[in-house]
Design a protein around this ligand. Sequence first.
Ligand SMILES: Cc1cc2nc3c(=O)[nH]c(=O)nc-3n(C[C@H](O)[C@H](O)[C@H](O)COP(=O)(O)OP(=O)(O)OC[C@H]3O[C@@H](n4cnc5c(N)ncnc54)[C@H](O)[C@@H]3O)c2cc1C
Length: 562
Amino acid sequence: MAEDREVDLLIAGAGPAGMAAALVAALEGLNVLLCEKSGQVGGTGSTSAGTLWIPGNRQSRAAGFDDSAADADRYLDALIGRDTNRALRDAYLTTGPDAIDYFSSRTELKFLPCGPHPDYRSNMPGAAFAGRAIVPQPFDGRLLGDAFARVRPPIPEFMVLGGMMVGKADIPPLLNRYRSLSDFSYAAKLFIRYLTDRLRYRRGTRLMMGNALVGRLFYSLRQRDVPILFDARLAGLTGDRNGISGARISVGGREITVRARKGVVLATGGYGRNKRWRNAFMPQPVPVHSMSHAGNTGDGLTLGESLGAAVAPEHCTSGLWTPVSVTRRSDGSEGLFPHLAMDRAKPGLIAVNAAGRRFVNEACSYHDFVLAMFESHKTEPAIPAFLICDAPFLRRYGLGAVYPGHRNIASFKRSGYLTSAATLDDLAAKLCIDADGLRATVKRHNGFAITGIDTDFGKGETDLNRFNGDAACKPNPCIGTLAAPPFYAVTVWPADIAVSSGLATDADARVLAGDGRPIPGLYACGNDMASVMGGSYPGPGTTLGPALVFAYRAAMHARDAA
Ligand SMILES: Cc1cc2nc3c(=O)[nH]c(=O)nc-3n(C[C@H](O)[C@H](O)[C@H](O)COP(=O)(O)OP(=O)(O)OC[C@H]3O[C@@H](n4cnc5c(N)ncnc54)[C@H](O)[C@@H]3O)c2cc1C
């Protein structure tokens, strides 16, 4: 490798944002170099659900789910205010569908409409029930051959049999495989494919969700011979606030200098693993858990700031949050299970704080759930909080990492993941929470199960609540009794799945200096860029949607730059 290189565009970080920027730039004829700090592509994106929030996308419209950018704009007005990030928001809403069509028609990055997938504040004006969320088509990792090992795997908690990915549509046939011939044959095909995969690969090659997204981006980059330097950390930028001309990259203990004629794109995934930025931006007590990729140490933000770039920290809690429970993996290490959508909204679960009191509509979005933890914690400790259910609930719906119908809950009890007790009083004692409070809360909530009305938090009243509930449960799909012992609890903590504070940019993802002027030749996208959503979480795909759209805009701008 030569010590010095010259390219048109240098991109740092091979997560979804960086790979998308590199791909568009290469397709537009630029000479591109992508450097990635770790030995694999994908970053946090590889462990994500892979959903993109793209109002007015044509894939949904073609499937009969109509939506308009104007409605989404009204929704964002209600959520974050008319003037917040106006220029960026306009750019996002107008470019979103075009960017997705560009990827779909010119690369292997193809998408499917999710159909119904409600916005997270589905009771607000302009919110959509269907039509905004899209996901990448599943991807066959075998197409990558040996390079498949370069795709970062999902978290173990999201795989079965030690390496098989399971999508939402796979769950019912897998659970019912002994109940019908068609489900049995569906499940058998999945298992056979997986077993065959394992003869050659370290995990299953049927990639879904975020793994399909990064697999498809990586495959597309390889098809165009876009060079990726692995184990290559962006270590410094050359230039100053008047213009960036390149960067220094640390590879294998050496530093190489790259001159970048059109500029440098920062896509290093934000500061989720940087203590200094966490302490500066996040609420107290600063959450100890993060689902961000371990390499996301805020390098882009730190380098940008050192040049006088503006950092936009004003977003309300500076993170996009989920409650997580702490798992014990088979190798003894700790993992995090994100309680996104499978358990909290189901009938017969409550979330309580240390006073044994509910503090939230359990069926709200994962982001809003954690905001309520922070809020409750100001007066009654809710960090951690506790998800509580009874025995029939656990069997039917599962709880966190304990999947529905799980046959070996003893191991979860032994590891301390699951707490169980024959009475609510004993459960409260084991969790060290107020027993009188818990008893009173369960009694009151059981009353709501009969009326179907949660007079405390309105659970079951929004489209989002009901979508994740159980339609078979009447009168309210999200409210059931907790009555049949043993009772179970899982402890949950706040964790960021993404960060919303980052480098301030203009609508072309150009990083802005403190005086509001763009720094020529410096771009930021993905979590390195301050979120266009102003710290709010409007719907499924709030970070990956903007990550791809602003990566596209950055690359197009760089193409046209002098
Ligand atoms: C469980 C889970 C589910 C999620 N589901 C969704 C979802 O469905 N929809 C959605 O919108 N969002 C989702 N997210 C969030 C989403 O994954 C992230 O917001 C997204 O991956 C951010 O993309 P990125 O490219 O900015 O960063 P990343 O994907 O984290 O990639 C950053 C890359 O930069 C590299 N890097 C870091 N520093 C350097 C350096 N100095 N030099 C070179 N490389 C560097 C890292 O190694 C990493 O590979 C989810 C997250 C989690 C944890």
